[in-house]
Design a protein around this ligand. Sequence first.
Ligand SMILES: [Zn+2]
Length: 109
Amino acid sequence: MKRFMQTCYKCNCDVKPSKVKREGIELNCMHCPECNEDYFTSSELIKFDILTGKRKNIRKFGTLGDSTIMRIPTHILKAYKIKPGDYGVFEEKSEGILIKTVPAKEVKA
Ligand SMILES: [Zn+2]
């Protein structure tokens, strides 16, 4: 695990790479020997969410025939009023992929 931090945010002591078990899942963290605080990278927290089934905003890529597919969470479809036939525009960002939605009715000539 790459060292994403050197010192504890609370007490400023040197933190050390460590492992902890949360709900039966081993996670890498940076541990403060002084105040016992554990610090996790966002990728460790995502791993935890996936393995514990807390996946509100996480979906797995799958295959359907020759295509790679991903299911969209229902609460996202509702929040963005996305319906079958609407379009999604993929914008490549440095942090990842942004999907901008375009309703089908806005595309009609
Ligand atoms: Zn500390």
